[in-house]
Design a protein around this ligand. Sequence first.
Ligand code: RB5
Length: 145
Amino acid sequence: MKVAIGSDHGGLKLREEIKSLMDEMNIEYQDFGCECDTSVDYPDYGLPVAEKVASGEFDRGILICGTGIGMSIAANKVKGIRCALVHDTFSAKATRQHNDSNVLAMGERVIGPGLAREIAELWLKTEFEGGRHEKRIAKITEYEG
Ligand code: RB5
């Protein structure tokens, strides 16, 4: 699995935490920034990561900002992206099983690094269940055109 990861200034520390988790899990990833700790605009980092996933170059994406909200809104504008904003372990598992989410968004100002690592680990490990969930996702894909 290849993961594209990115954040704005509000998600810098958590991005490093999730990168070290992926190192421990032997998951290949590429970091798309941001590189600075000054204020930047989350769409400048969220949209490129989402596009990398939508194009098939990367299997999954992880986006972090202060709340995770801006990143999830931006990512979900990209055709083919199902970005889930997750701050609990139940949803981390469920969104992979039911929604086949291909991008995970989290907010560094919302949860601590321990919970964020658990969420990311579960989300990275959990497979899509398929079955009855296929046709629901197909309806979204059809709407996208
Ligand atoms: C930046 O201050 C903050 O607005 C951003 O990280 C994010 O929370 C937006 O949704």
